[in-house]
Ligand binder design. Structure first.
Ligand code: IMP
Length: 178
């Protein structure tokens, strides 16, 4: 098992690079099959999903597009319940097959907000693709269509996920001991 020390904190592997790579390839294969003959528009939710989106998008063999929004609902390890769009959507979703790429679905507040925002703009359909899902924390009525790993109620960092903007650079998913 790998571990990395940053600021005197030790991060052990929770999901290894190999486990992540295997799941990313499986999800890409499913999307390639499900969207055959279509030209989906991926929306990567910044900041947390940038690493997952990058690895996943490389394995998409469709004539796909990718665009980005930046949403913020967390301060430290706590959700604020409010969702701010810090970087707005700059691509039209009208009549498009949209696939949202998210790092983690926790309470579901962020995705509920984003999905409603997109549905108001007349897409053909909107699906959610998340690396991680924490179903035990769900508050909003939201379900992902493509889930990499279902995880316990742990605060995880690495592979794009942060704690106060740090630890996104860990190449695997680790958890912060409380
Ligand atoms: P939700 O709105 O509660 O579903 O939270 C979604 C966002 O909160 C995610 O996109 C993450 O940015 C952040 N988040 C939720 N849980 C974690 C975690 O365990 N580690 C890091 N960020 C998290």
């Amino acid at each position: 098992m790998q571990s990395v020390s940053i600021n005197n904190l030790t991060f052990d592997e929770y999901l290894s690079q190999q486990e992540i790579a295997t799941i990313v390839a499986q999800v890409a294969e499913r999307i390639n099959a499900d969207y055959a003959g279509r030209e989906p528009l991926f929306i990567c939710v910044l900041n947390g999903a940038f690493m997952y989106a990058s690895d996943l998008f490389k394995l998409i063999t469709l004539p796909a597009e990718i665009t980005f929004v930046r949403l913020k609902s967390y301060e430290g390890t706590a959700t604020t319940g409010k969702v701010n769009m810090l970087i707005p959507l700059q691509t039209s979703v009208k009549d498009r097959d949209v696939i949202i790429i998210e790092d983690i679905v926790d309470t579901g507040t962020t995705l509920k907000h984003l999905k409603a925002y997109l549905m108001d703009r007349n897409p053909k359909c909107v699906k959610i693709c998340t690396l991680l899902d924490k179903p035990s924390r769900r508050v909003a009525d939201i379900k992902a269509d493509y889930i990499g790993f279902e995880i316990d109620n742990l605060f995880v960092v690495g592979y794009g996920l942060d704690y106060d903007q740090k630890y996104r650079n860990l190449p695997y998913v680790s958890y912060l001991e409380g």
